[in-house]
Design a protein. Structure first.
Length: 326
C-alpha cells in the first residue's frame, strides 16, 4: 500500500495535569506530540503505512519521541537526529471545556534545522500523500525545506496535503506569516483550515470569498474548514456543503485536528484516491461525505482522551464508533 509522508516537527507536549492556580504547584505530564507527527501516528494506528520525516535532538526528549513513533508503527527511516539543538517543547494548559493554550520553547530547536538536502529519495518512492503544516514555515531555512518536499512529492506523483495549524506565537518578529502560508497553500491539493484560520486569511482580502478565490489559483482542489463542535464546511472549486460532527464529551482538544487529517488521509489511501482520480472523487457527494464522516469520527474519539499520540484511535475503534452513530 502507498504511504503517507508527514513532514515537520515532533515535540514534547507537557500537559497540565490539573488546573493551574497561583497557590498550587504546577504539574505537567510528558506526552509525545507535534502536529505532523500526530498525523503520521493517526494514520499508522488506522493501519495505513505512514512515515514521519523531520529532525530530533540528540537528547532524552528526542529518544522518547523516536520510541513513541516506532511504538505507534510509524516509519522512521527518514528521520534525522542532531546535537546542534534540542528537541522542541510545548507546555499545554486546558480550560474547563478541554480547549488548550500553548507555551512553546522553540526556536531554537532541532526540527528547524532540517534542510532540502536532508530529504532521501526513497521516502518519495511509494508516497501517496505528502503532508505538512505552517509550523515548518516559521523560519526561511525550514520553510524552504517544506516547499521543496511539496515539490518533490508532486514530481513523484503524490498528492500534497496542508494543514494551516496556525500558531502565531511561533512566528518571530512582526513579519506577516501570510506570504509563506500562501506559498504552501498553493502547492497543496488538499487543505485543512479552522474557521479562525480562514478568517485570518480572509482579513486582508475581500472576505471569505476572496480567500477561497485566492486558494483556487493554486493546486487546491478540496478544502475542509473545521469549527470545533460546529459542522465541517467543505469546498471544491465548484461546490460547497457542510456535515455535522459527532457530539461527544470533550476532555482534551490538543490532537483533534490532527486526528481528523490523519483519518481523512488514511481513508483516501485505502480507497486508492490519487492525483489522477481526485477530481472524480470530488464529483461524488456521497463518497466525500463518507470520507469526512470517517475523519470526523477519528477527531471525535481523539478529544475524549488525553495526550496526542495516545489519543489516536485504531481502525477497529473508529468502525465501532461509526456503527454506534449511524
Amino acid at each position: 500500500m502507498p504511504s503517507i509522508i508527514s513532514f515537520g516537527e515532533a515535540l514534547i507536549d507537557f500537559l497540565a495535569e490539573v488546573e493551574l492556580k497561583s497557590d498550587t504547584p504546577g504539574r505537567f505530564v510528558q506526552h509525545a506530540g507535534g502536529a505532523p507527527a500526530n498525523v503520521a501516528v493517526a494514520a499508522a494506528k488506522l493501519g495505513t503505512p505512514a512515515a514521519f520525516v523531520g529532525m530530533l535532538g540528540q537528547d532524552m526528549f528526542g529518544d522518547f519521541l523516536l520510541h513513541s513513533l516506532n511504538a505507534a508503527g510509524v516509519i522512521t527511516d527518514y528521520l534525522l537526529r542532531t546535537d546542534r539543538a534540542n528537541t522542541a517543547l510545548a507546555f499545554v494548559s486546558l480550560d474547563a471545556h478541554g480547549e488548550r493554550q500553548f507555551s512553546f520553547y522553540r526556536p531554537p530547536s532541532a526540527d528547524l534545522l532540517f534542510r532540502p538536502e536532508h530529504f532521501q529519495d526513497a521516502c518519495f518512492k511509494d508516497a501517496a500523500i505528502f503532508h505538512a503544516c505552517s509550523n515548518s514555515l516559521t523560519e526561511p531555512g525550514i520553510a524552504g525545506a517544506t516547499l521543496e518536499g511539496m515539490q518533490r512529492a508532486h514530481q513523484a506523483g503524490a498528492l500534497v496535503s496542508f494543514d494551516m495549524n496556525l500558531r502565531l506565537n511561533l512566528w518571530t518578529g512582526t513579519a506577516d506569516p501570510r506570504p509563506w502560508i500562501w506559498r504552501a497553500l498553493q502547492e497543496a491539493e488538499l487543505v485543512k483550515l479552522s474557521a479562525t484560520e480562514l478568517a485570518f486569511l480572509a482579513e486582508p482580502l475581500e472576505g471569505e470569498a476572496g480567500a477561497l478565490k485566492e486558494l483556487w489559483k493554486g493546486r487546491t482542489r478540496w478544502c475542509w474548514v473545521t469549527q470545533g463542535a460546529g459542522p465541517i464546511r467543505y469546498f471544491t472549486r465548484h461546490s460547497q456543503d457542510r456535515l455535522p460532527v459527532f457530539n461527544v464529551q470533550v476532555v482534551n482538544t490538543t490532537a483533534a485536528g490532527d486526528a481528523f487529517v490523519g483519518g481523512l488521509l488514511s481513508w483516501l489511501v485505502r480507497e486508492g484516491v490519487n492525483a489522477s482520480n481526485l477530481v472524480a472523487l470530488l464529483q461524488d457527494q456521497a463518497r466525500m461525505q463518507s470520507a469526512l464522516r470517517f475523519a470526523s469520527a477519528c477527531g471525535a474519539l481523539a478529544v475524549t482522551r488525553h495526550g496526542a499520540f495516545r489519543a489516536m484511535p485504531t481502525l477497529a475503534e473508529v468502525q465501532q464508533f461509526l456503527q454506534a452513530h449511524p
